[in-house]
Design a protein around this ligand. Structure first.
Ligand code: ADP
Ligand code: MG
Length: 377
């Protein structure tokens, strides 16, 4: 590992900061028959927490664990495909017998399964190839029920099922299967708080009161500082604790952004030397340059009204009253009602967040980039 500040995904215990209590709680809940909804804004560490829990010996050695990301799915077919694929991938290390068992039980998917030169199966990704998703779903659940170990299933970006079109009520269907299944417990992770809340706390929704809600909070400032200082020290580098503090404050403790900055700061600190506060500004410049294409694409994908409001909020820093006349004039925004609906859309997607003194961009790097590259002062 040449840089201990990991910026994409879980790299093991050693590179993972804290979450000791959360790990215990989540494992205790899941291994005692509960289903959990894990909720937080984006990039705080939900997915990695799940990976971390699944990597613990008492889980790894006794359970089959499946992590399914449904962010890119838009129908029940996609969902079943993602689920089937992740089950096959997760079972592969356990050998032929259990894989064969899966293929026997899930006969409706068999024509979609291909084998590589080593005889290893995988599920095709062709869209629309799953013609009887309800049947396939039922079979997958039958497999989970009959598996020779208990199963833990994490469905990541769960709020996405709210966007599936058609009249397929996948939510109700899933709820029924999950309720019946004795041999598996589930964690539903999601970022879009209002969607997740609605799914689990509205009496009219199938998942009402069927899960334990768990809100993931930012890592604690001191804990993250110690973690960062320690990782520098291991490589013979010195991190002044104030650096980690400033980074934490600049990025409101959002794990992914802090890790990005610390990764760059680590890279730019030669062995035997000290990383001090005056290095932060140029590390941010470097990070903005690296992310330029991503930010451009994100802006392009926003509906125009949302883009205008987002740029205005990012430029302003923090906006107490988004519908004020002066704000609208300064940034040439349309009517208050259209600003309001844009704000709702931006909040829903976590592009902006409500801070102590008003709305602000969630990704501080994105906000800085907007200011700099769109030449706004
Ligand atoms: N406890 C942690 N220690 C160190 N890095 C973490 C931790 N949790 C998350 N990360 C980093 O933050 C990034 C975002 O975490 P992720 O789990 O993808 O967030 P979420 O699923 O909530 O959007 C990860 O890619 C990883 O680099
Ligand atoms: Mg995630």
């Amino acid at each position: 590992m040449n840089n201990p500040f990991v910026t994409n995904g879980y790299a093991g215990e050693h590179y993972f900061c804290d979450r000791v209590d959360e790990t215990h709680r989540l494992i205790d809940l899941l291994t005692n028959g509960n289903n959990v909804a894990l909720i937080s804004p984006r990039r705080l560490g939900k997915t990695d927490l799940i990976r971390h829990c699944f990597a613990q010996p008492q889980v790894k050695e006794n359970y089959y664990t499946f992590l399914i990301d449904i962010y890119a799915t838009s129908s029940v077919q996609d969902f079943v495909n993602a689920l089937g694929r992740s089950v096959i991938d997760a079972l592969r290390p356990f050998g032929k017998k259990v894989l064969q068992h899966f293929l026997d039980v899930v006969s409706s998917l068999r024509s979609d399964v291909t084998f590589d030169v080593f005889g290893q199966p995988s599920l095709g990704v062709s869209i629309g190839s799953i013609d009887r998703p309800e049947t396939s779903l039922e079979e997958i659940f039958r497999f989970l029920e009959d598996a020779d170990r208990p199963c833990l299933v994490a469905i990541d970006e769960f709020q996405q099922i709210d966007t599936y079109g058609g009249n397929s009520n996948v939510e109700a269907l899933l709820r029924t299967h999950i309720q019946r299944c004795q041999n598996a417990n589930f964690v539903f992770a999601g970022s879009q708080r209002h969607l997740m809340d609605k799914m689990f706390t509205s009496p009219s929704r199938p998942f009402y009161q069927s899960v334990t809600l768990m809100n993931l909070r930012p890592l604690l400032l001191d804990v993250y500082c110690d973690f960062a200082v320690g990782l520098f020290a291991e490589e013979g580098k010195t991190l002044q604790p104030e650096v980690a503090r400033v980074v934490y404050q600049d990025f409101n403790g959002v794990t992914a952004y802090m890790q990005r900055l610390m990764n760059v700061l680590f890279m730019r600190t030669p062995q035997g030397e000290v990383c001090s506060i005056d290095m932060i500004a140029s590390a941010i410049d470097y990070t903005l340059d690296m992310a330029s294409d991503t930010y451009e694409a994100l802006l392009r994908q926003m509906p125009e009204k949302q883009r205008n409001v987002f740029v205005a909020i990012a430029a302003e820093g923090e906006v107490a009253n988004v519908t004020s006349g002066s704000f609208a004039r300064k940034y040439h925004l349309a009517s208050a009602s259209s600003v309001n609906s844009a704000v709702k859309g931006l909040l829903a997607k976590d592009f902006i967040t409500q801070g102590k003194n008003g709305y602000q961009a969630y990704d501080k790097l994105f906000a800085l980039w907007v200011k700099r590259y769109m030449n706004i002062r």
